[in-house]
Design a binder for this molecule. Structure first.
Ligand SMILES: [Zn+2]
Length: 179
């Protein structure tokens, strides 16, 4: 059986602060001798350019494939984020990172998403990706819904008002599922 190598898609926090730790610490990424391909998006690179020295960035760039995600992949990620009620918590760059993982997922045996961001980790895990983080890592998938105080309908956390009765009075329903 041909085993494809591992791929890691990195967000801005990882690229700036923890790439070298990530690659040298074998307890973070299981090492069974497979090569690792590193990916990130153009939007991440643009954020990194604003926050770190050009020299540090140049040193990293030769090792990383920079790809913009496809529109269909972005839609898949947006739908998943809406389902969990966290679309409003994700930046365009966050969405790009997860969508790129969706795009390359059929080419690799395992695709990891490296991020220190909880909302990004949440959506990534919900789509079945493995999470890599130096700091905190989510242990539960968390979804948020609004429950209308007027008519009782449960609706997406990303909506401003109840789609049935237009009331803006709600209580937040939080569900946790062990990963
Ligand atoms: Zn209602």
């Amino acid at each position: 059986m041909i085993r494809m190598p591992k791929a890691i898609v990195m967000d801005t926090s990882t690229l700036i602060r923890s790439l070298s730790t990530l690659l040298s610490d074998k307890t973070i990424i299981p090492d069974n001798g497979e090569s690792i391909h590193l990916f990130t998006t153009e939007s991440v690179i643009n954020e990194v350019k604003n926050r770190s020295s050009k020299v540090a960035l140049q040193a990293m760039l030769s090792k990383i494939s920079i790809i913009s995600p496809s529109k269909p992949a972005l839609r898949i990620v947006e739908k998943e984020a809406e389902k969990l009620g966290v679309l409003g918590k994700l930046s365009k760059t966050d969405l790009d990172v997860i969508a790129l993982a969706v795009d390359i997922s059929n080419k690799y045996a395992s695709v990891y998403i490296a991020s220190e961001d909880f909302a990004l980790q949440n959506v990534s895990a919900s789509l079945g990706f493995k999470i890599i983080a130096i700091g905190r890592k989510i242990r539960y998938l968390i979804s948020y819904n609004k429950k209308c105080k007027n008519c009782g309908l449960e609706y997406s956390n990303d909506l401003e008002q109840c789609p049935a009765c237009s009331s803006k009075e709600f209580s937040l329903v939080v569900r946790r599922r062990k990963i």
